[in-house]
Design a binder for this molecule. Structure first.
Ligand code: UGA
Length: 452
């Protein structure tokens, strides 16, 4: 067991969290919320200063409040100073990024940098916990790396503790996680992590480090597969005049299938499914195995992202000079993150083809503008609007990429009255076919029965 000298009070620990992204910062504020004493470390001084002043560096429901409370109650600290972060830490959680490399593999350079920094700076026994999503076998390498660089005789062990939060509900998903996965074969590490998580009162699954690493990839790839499967079936539904919404509903009552992640649409995006499916496929390939199911999920998703453009191309002779409304820029509602969002591929194509794009998103615009600044791009032009209906005014066609509530609230009559030509391509199936027909809006969606 860990020595009592680290305990702030009964069961409460000194914790360091490296990386203040979605994984690190959300874990940190939640650890502080349940009473641990948490210091966050990041190389980005601006981000650390924002957090110190109580401002969350990204949008996430509930994060701001927890951050403020942690600071106010003196349980949450932010620093760029390695020594300050690691001093007295009984547990160091690593939550740095593992981005995709051009060949599909995960870039582990940040993990390696942090592991070496820990080995060279920590002065007391501690447990290093890898929360970042890393390929199977990485924790073994991190432990070896720490041993290679360690200067003194202190005990540093490495455990895996993958994160399962989804963006847009990250705080909720952490405080009320379906399960905590702990990957270690060390009794000491398992006891310490169990103690740290005990106040959350959540089910704990204790497995080997490699199994824990695999659980994360297998879970994400399974969900990605579920979505790609529904998209595949949706495309078939269109050909045989069945309706994917009814099909999904009928399937969902079987609790072996479940009701979640069954929504067909314009494909999955975000910082996780696209990256993790490719990393798992890469891992399989490295071991000489052809992971056909995951490969199929990736292939279907790639094609699904441009399905609306294909539908629109068979309806319109050109996009050049047309005014196009683009509704929703983030990869899903509830986040300002647009990584791998369908809007990127589609808007990029529309601009290339010479369209005049009017784009709306309730929170994602500032981030999206970094990629597509307002103004001319190739043959086209992009203008950002702050009200969804402003994007529709005089538009020749509208594309719906994200199912934000503000976009769902636009009525069929709004499309009819505001647009030059009421022609809507909906990548999220948020509108009623019947109502759109009644309002005389020409409406295309994904996998639904033509008559509605
Ligand atoms: C995903 C997982 O859901 C989390 O459990 C996991 O921890 C996280 O990745 C991660 O590895 O960090 P996230 O990417 O935030 O979380 O979002 P999801 O809600 O899973 O959505 C991912 C994408 O799939 C979005 O583009 C969404 O629009 C799409 N999606 C989701 C569908 O097309 N259909 C659905 O039924 C559900």
């Amino acid at each position: 067991m860990v020595s009592r000298k680290w305990l702030a009070n009964d069961m409460m620990y000194q914790i360091a969290v490296v990386g203040t992204g979605y994984v690190g910062l959300v874990a940190a504020v939640c650890f502080a919320e349940i009473g641990h004493h948490v210091t966050c470390l990041d190389v980005d001084g601006d981000k650390i200063n924002l957090c110190k002043s109580g401002i969350a560096p990204f949008f996430e429901p509930g994060l701001q409040e927890l951050l403020a409370r942690g600071l106010e109650q003196g349980r949450l600290f932010f620093t760029t100073d390695v020594n300050q972060a690691y001093r007295d830490a009984a547990a160091i959680f690593i939550g740095v990024g593992t981005p995709e490399q051009p060949d599909g593999s995960a870039d582990l350079s940040s993990i390696a940098k942090v592991a070496r920094q820990i080995a060279e700076n920590v002065k007391q026994d501690c447990l290093v916990i890898v929360k970042s999503t890393v390929p199977v076998g990485t924790n073994d390498k991190v432990e070896q790396f720490v041993r290679d660089f360690k200067k003194n005789g202190i005990r540093i062990e490495v455990a895996s503790n993958p994160e399962f939060l989804a963006q847009g509900s990250a705080v909720h998903d952490t405080l009320q996680a379906a399960r905590i996965v702990i990957g270690t074969s060390s009794r000491w590490a398992e006891d310490l992590l169990t103690d740290i998580y005990k106040p959350f009162g959540l089910p704990i699954v204790s497995v080997s480090r490699r199994s824990a690493e695999m659980i994360k990839y297998a879970a994400n790839s399974f969900l990605a597969l579920k979505i790609s499967y529904m998209n595949d079936i949706a495309n078939l539904c269109e050909l045989v005049d069945a309706d994917i919404l009814d099909v999904a509903k009928g399937m969902s009552y079987d609790d072996r299938i479940g009701a979640k992640h069954l929504n067909a649409g314009i494909g999955y995006g975000g910082s996780c499914f696209p990256k993790d499916t490719k990393a798992l496929e890469f891992l399989a390939k490295q071991h000489g195995y052809n992971l056909r199911t995951v490969k199929a999920a990736i292939d279907v998703n790639r094609d699904q992202k441009t399905i609306l453009i294909r539908k629109a191309s068979s309806r319109l002779i050109t996009f050049s000079g047309l005014q196009i409304a683009a509704l929703g820029l983030t990869f899903k509602p509830g986040t300002d993150d647009f990584r791998e969002s369908a809007a990127i591929d589609n808007i990029s194509f529309l601009l290339h083809e010479g369209a005049e794009v009017f784009a709306y998103d309730p929170v994602g615009t500032p981030n999206f503008q970094k990629l597509f600044p307002q103004g001319r791009h190739e043959a086209g032009n992009i203008t950002y609007v702050t009200q969804p209906r402003d994007a529709l005014k005089n538009a020749h066609a509208c594309f719906i990429f994200t199912e934000w509530q503000q976009i769902k609230e636009i009525t069929p009559q709004d499309y009819r009255q505001l647009m030059h030509t009421p022609l809507v391509f909906d990548g999220r199936n948020i509108l009623s076919i019947k109502e759109m027909a009644k309002a005389q809006v020409e409406y295309y969606s994904i996998g639904r029965q033509r008559k509605g």
